[in-house]
Design a protein around this ligand. Structure first.
Ligand SMILES: [Zn+2]
Length: 147
């Protein structure tokens, strides 16, 4: 299966999977991400305990790509130390910008997130794909969770 087929399959699965789409309470961090060019509007909630992402979930509306990307991010980040989560968010954004091109590393570290690698060939969808990752990275920056 090539990356484009895999991409379609993962988007379909995750845009239908609502396990990450719920109101998380309690939570320690909340951040809204908005992509006006498409209408994607998500709110992430994260429960951080002892420097570890205990749980993460989202609510909101958006296209299949943004919803699937957000769901994948939640799966990838849950259970990680905040520092590890931050590195993973950064790696995803570097992949999208074409700054990290080591396929083996990207596939290993980003797992399903790797299917977005070719999104840069669809410029109109890039903002949909990065919304959640960018939003959470900003939230971690703002809260100064990393010492
Ligand atoms: Zn979108």
């Amino acid at each position: 299966m090539d990356l484009n087929e895999l991409y379609s399959q993962v988007i379909l699965e995750h845009s239908q999977d609502k396990s990450n789409k719920r109101v998380l309470d309690p939570y320690t961090m909340e951040e809204r991400g908005h992509n006006p060019s498409c209408g994607d509007d998500i709110t992430l909630r994260v429960d951080i305990e002892d420097g570890v992402v205990k749980d993460i979930a989202y609510t909101g509306i958006g296209c299949a790509i943004s919803q699937a990307s957000t769901s994948i991010m939640c799966d990838q980040i849950r259970g990680l130390k905040v520092e590890e989560a931050y590195e993973k968010l950064d790696l995803f954004l570097k992949m999208i910008r074409g700054e990290e091109t080591d396929d083996e590393k990207l596939e290993e570290e980003l797992e399903e997130g790797y299917v977005f690698k070719n999104i840069s060939t669809m410029p109109a969808r890039v903002k949909c794909a990065v919304l959640a990752w960018h939003t959470l990275k900003n939230a971690i920056d703002e809260q100064g969770e990393i010492s």
